[in-house]
Design a protein around this ligand. Structure first.
Ligand code: DON
Length: 344
């Protein structure tokens, strides 16, 4: 029997006709999806709140008017509006895919034991959060996660390889597979962040001191900086999100990037910590596992339905793109993307 979910009030906000979507595919309702994407683009393109990140000097120079939206469904259909071709640096969104790679290679428990899967409630580059980390009674596992800088640098250090080139080949390869194309490092961003990442170097050294990184913290920090500098556009990010939405299989290339049984763990950490200390508010309004980056991208996953991404550089105080949050929430609500909202 086919189950239908009927769209909500948000669709009316967009002036959409009520759209009926099947649980298996939203492809058949392509007009409705495109309308929702176009409506969000029109609604938010004049929104001027927020400010580009500037603690990495290259990010301050990116055009704040850049605004692109993309949705990719689990059956591989793509819907876009605005500038979906211009690349920004992926920044913290890369943390999801390096975490996923470690989980894929070494199992769900590897990340849980070494780094943890709990929200820190602190800013993404907090050093006090490392100093004050609590451990789980019985196992001694830290209460941290791979989506804040300390945990992400540790996750990068866990990717195996005989040398830095081999580790990097695996990291960029995993990102390429999720995006379905060969991505490249934006060298100006990599240089700018390498010249200004003393705080992350301090975090790397501290993580070694506490045993969360086993060796060679400078290599881990350098590869982490490189992965944050990978160039992506809104379409790439939506494809990466759709790969997670489609149980780990890139819906266009058909490649199984991460095993289906590992995906729920990845999504759980995104739901817990993907928008840092605003993760709870985000989940409350959308129900979507998501991840932001200070380059201005956010991707979000509606499991079994679609991946969605927006690129817009101005950020709020928590470090999350203002327009991306608003546009994704509107579109997902219009498409019935919230996994907790079951229609009867
Ligand atoms: O390490 C950093 O500070 C950046 N490369 C990434 C931070 C980031 O994207 C936080 N996201 N909202």
């Amino acid at each position: 029997m086919r189950k239908h979910w009927i769209l909500s009030d948000a669709a009316c906000v967009f002036g959409l006709a009520i759209v009926v979507l099947t649980a298996h595919s939203i492809g058949a309702q392509s007009t409705g999806v495109q309308q929702a994407v176009d409506a969000a683009h029109t609604k938010f393109k004049t929104l001027k709140e927020g400010k580009n990140a500037d603690y990495i000097p290259a990010l301050a120079k990116v055009d704040p008017n850049l605004f692109g939206i993309a949705v990719v469904t689990v059956d591989g259909k793509t819907y876009t509006a605005g500038d979906v071709g211009t690349e920004v640096s992926i920044q913290s969104i890369s943390k999801v895919f390096t975490m996923a790679q470690v989980i894929q290679e070494q199992g769900l428990e590897s990340i849980e034991k070494r780094i943890g899967v709990d929200a820190t409630g602190a800013r993404f580059n907090s050093i006090i959060a490392v100093e004050g980390v609590r451990t789980v009674v019985g196992t001694g596992a830290p209460e941290m996660n791979p989506l804040v800088n300390p945990g992400a640098i540790s996750a990068t250090s866990m990717v195996t390889g005989r040398n830095a080139d081999e580790v990097w080949g695996k990291i960029i390869g995993f990102h390429n597979d999720a995006a379905g194309r060969q991505l490249k490092v934006l060298q100006d961003v990599y240089k700018s962040e390498s010249d200004s990442n003393q705080r992350n170097q301090a975090i790397g050294a501290l993580m070694l001191a506490y045993g969360y990184i086993k060796s060679n913290w400078p290599q881990a920090v350098d590869l982490y900086t490189r992965q944050c500098s990978i160039g992506v556009n809104a379409k790439d990010l939506a494809m990466m999100a759709a790969t997670l939405a489609a149980a780990g299989k890139n819906p266009v290339s058909g490649k199984q990037v991460i095993a289906a049984n590992k995906v729920p763990g990845v999504l759980a950490v995104m739901a817990t910590a993907g928008l840092y200390d605003d993760s709870g508010k985000w989940l409350y309004h959308t129900g979507l596992p998501a991840k932001s980056g200070v380059g201005g991208g956010i991707l979000a996953v509606s499991p079994g339905k679609f991946g969605i991404a927006v690129v817009s550089p101005p950020l709020d105080d928590a470090g999350n793109s203002v327009r991306a949050q608003r546009a994704i929430a509107d579109i997902s609500n219009a498409l019935g993307g919230n996994p907790y909202a079951v229609k009867r």
